[in-house]
Design a protein around this ligand. Sequence first.
Ligand SMILES: Nc1nc2c(c(=O)[nH]1)N[C@H]1C(S)=C(S)[C@@H](COP(=O)(O)O)O[C@H]1N2
Ligand SMILES: [Mo]
Length: 429
Amino acid sequence: MSDKQKDNASMNWDHVASNGLLSRRHLLGLGLASTASLAANPLLAADTAAISTPSWSKVPGRDLSGYGNPSAFTQEVQRLTGSPNPLLPGGGASRSPLHLLQGSITPNGLHFERHHAGIPNVDPAQHRLLIHGLVRQALSFSYEDLLAYPQESRIYFLECSGNSGANTAAQPSDGTAASLHGLLSGAQWTGVRLSTLLEEAGVKEEASWIAATGVDGASMGRSVPLNKALDDVFIALYQNGEPIRPEQGYPMRLFVPGWEGNVSIKWLGQIKLTSGPANFRDETSRYTDFLADGKALQFTYPMGVKSVITSPSGQMTLRRHGVHEVTGLAWSGSGAISRVEISADGGSTWAEALLEGENQALALSRFRLPWLWEGGPAVLQSRATDSAGNVQPTRAVVLAQYDAANRYHFNGIQSWSVSEQGVVANAFA
Ligand SMILES: Nc1nc2c(c(=O)[nH]1)N[C@H]1C(S)=C(S)[C@@H](COP(=O)(O)O)O[C@H]1N2
Ligand SMILES: [Mo]
C-alpha cells in the first residue's frame, strides 16, 4: 500500500456503490478530504517566510467600464464553434462549454446558438409582432408595447433536439461534454405570457394550433398546439436579466418550455392562429424522428429525461489519486428532476447524487457526488429520473426505438471511461 492508499483507507469513507462512490455526506469538508493529507498534496503547505506583495496590490487597477468582460485569464471559456458550411450561409451551431461551467445557469455570452440563416440585425424600432389568423381582432405589437406588459421571470433549460446525436454513431467519437452535449443551456427568461396577448386578440372556436415564424433569412416556422400555447408559452424579452442577445432572438423570441429548442422561434415576427399544424419545412423534412419500423414521427416536442456528467468528462485527465467530485447536469421536458444516480462501474451499481438548489421543473439541475479514485479503470455514468417517473434510458434502449439514420432526441445514458492513467473518454458501455 502506498501512503496515499493508506490515507484513503484510514479516512473512514462511507462507500455507497462499488468502485469508489462515496456518500453525499462527504461533500461537506471535501476540500480537506480530497487532498487526503498534506503528504498527498505538499503544495498546500504554506511557507510563511515566502509571503510577498503581488504587483497588482501596489498600484490602482484599471478603470470602470460600461459593460464588463470575463477575466483575460479565462480566455479558454468559450463556446465551441463549428466550421461554417459555404453551402448553408449563416447555418450552424455553437455549443456551451458545459465542462468549464458551474451551477445551472448559462452566462449569456456562452448560451449555445443554432441558426439556420445567421443572426439578423433586427432594429426593435422597426420590428412588429403580428398576431392574426383565427382571431376576432388581428393585433400588431411593437417592442415598446410588449415592454409595457406585466413581465414574468422563469428558469428553463433549452436543448436542441439534435443535441448528443453524435452518440448514435456506431463508434464513440473522442468528444468533450461540450462537443457531445453542448446544444444545451439554462437561463432565467423574462417576458410576456402568450395567453395574455391571445386573450386580447380573441381566439376563435375553430383555432387549435398556432404557427410562429421568425424574421430571419430562414423565416423559421413551427406549429404549436393551442393548449400548450395557452399554458406556459411566452414571448421572452430578457435573458438572465438583460435584453436577450441577438444570438438568442433579440428583440423577442417565442419560448416553449421543455420542448425541443427548434420550436422556440427567435426574432419572432408572426403568430397565426390556425385549425391545424402548418407543416413547415422544419416539422416535415426536418425535426422528425425516423423510427425503427421505417415510419417518421412528427411533433415529438418534449425533451426526454436526461443527464450528463460534466466533470470528470471527455478529454479531461485525473491528475491525482484520491477523492474527486463527480458533477453534472440533469433536466427533463416532462417535469422536475427528482433524482440522479451515479455509477462508477458501467451501470452495475448506482448511488444517489446530491441535487443542488431548488430543482425547478423544466430547468437544469446540478448534481454532485464524491468519488474515490485509486487508479483503477472505471466507467462513470449518470441516470436521471423526473417527477413524472421517467427514467433516463441506456444508449442501447434509445437506439432500438429508432432507425439507424435518426439523430434527434437522443437522451441515452452517457458513459465516460477512465483509464489507469486517468484519461477520461467517451465510451459506449
Ligand atoms: N427564427 C429562428 N428561430 C430559431 C432558429 C432559427 O434558425 N431561426 N433555430 C432554432 C433551433 S434549431 C434551436 S435549437 C433554437 C436555438 O436557440 P438559441 O440559439 O437561442 O440557443 O432556436 C430555434 N429558433
Ligand atoms: Mo435545434
